[in-house]
Design a protein around this ligand. Structure first.
Ligand code: GLP
Length: 243
């Protein structure tokens, strides 16, 4: 893992955007791994800016979502597919048909998870995967205890993650889905490149555990240490330095 400490969240977003820009300029039809949560939003803002003013095009690129809630109606604004269309694809000219997400409404969810795993393989490999870091060290919805060999599957959210994500549901934890479908850790590790974004004081403890703690299933993000193509972009606040 290559770790870079930058000054501000804006610097982190611009460095991540540079990595995405390099991929898409070189390979316009690249498969991009897209993440939700608040951390990547500044990256998507920066890519939208480059699309509007610098001719950065995503019309031929494809995107795969990391995860998706189970139980939200298809039109719900917090359904991750809708978040990615709104925050990224629609703003950079990536057609909705090029955005791939797990079929969480399928009757046979286990089969849908297998199908998603196959779809990623068929489209892939993912050229560059952006990740955020959960406050308990999760990536996508691979909660503490997830195995390094895990594949796309149904999973339950921990109470901490439900509380963390309540802010997207008007602060009402009762409205946060309790389950999701997530790419597994092994699925994520098949990406050619990975950029993990870590910003803000709230992530300082998880970042410290990722960088300095034991590699353990209790801290799922530590599997990234095994992936030579991983870059961790950190701001001063997350690094525990004064802003
Ligand atoms: C959710 C998502 C993760 C994300 C995490 C951190 O649990 N499934 O992909 O990394 O939240 O979110 P945030 O960036 O808002 O702190």
């Amino acid at each position: 893992m290559d770790v870079r400490v930058l000054d501000t969240p804006g610097d982190v977003a611009r460095a991540a955007a540079d990595a995405f820009e390099a991929v898409v300029r070189c390979t316009p039809e690249a498969l991009l791994g897209l993440a939700t949560g608040s951390t990547p939003l500044a990256l998507y803002d920066e890519l939208a800016r480059r699309h509007a003013s610098e001719g950065l095009y995503f019309a031929r690129a494809q995107g795969v979502l990391l995860d998706e809630y189970v139980g939200l109606p298809a039109g719900h604004p917090e359904r991750y597919r809708n978040v990615i269309l709104r925050e990224f694809a629609d703003r950079v000219g990536m057609p909705a048909a090029n955005v791939h997400s797990p079929e969480v409404d399928a009757v046979d969810l286990a089969a849908a998870c297998e199908a998603y795993e196959d779809e990623i393989d068929r489209l892939g490999p993912v050229a560059l995967q952006v990740l955020g870091l959960g406050s308990d060290g999760h990536i996508a919805f691979n909660m503490p205890g997830s195995l390094a060999g895990s594949r796309t599957r149904r999973t339950a959210l921990t109470e901490q993650t439900v509380q963390d994500n309540a802010r997207f549901f008007d602060g009402d934890a009762d409205r946060v889905p309790r389950e999701a479908v997530t790419q597994g850790l092994a699925t994520i590790l098949r990406s050619e490149g990975i950029v993990l974004l870590v910003t803000g004081h709230r992530k300082a403890e998880a970042l410290d555990a990722l960088l300095s703690g034991p590699a353990t299933e209790a801290m799922p993000a530590t599997v990234l240490r095994t992936h030579a193509g991983t870059t961790v972009l950190v701001d001063r606040a997350a690094a525990g330095l004064s802003a």
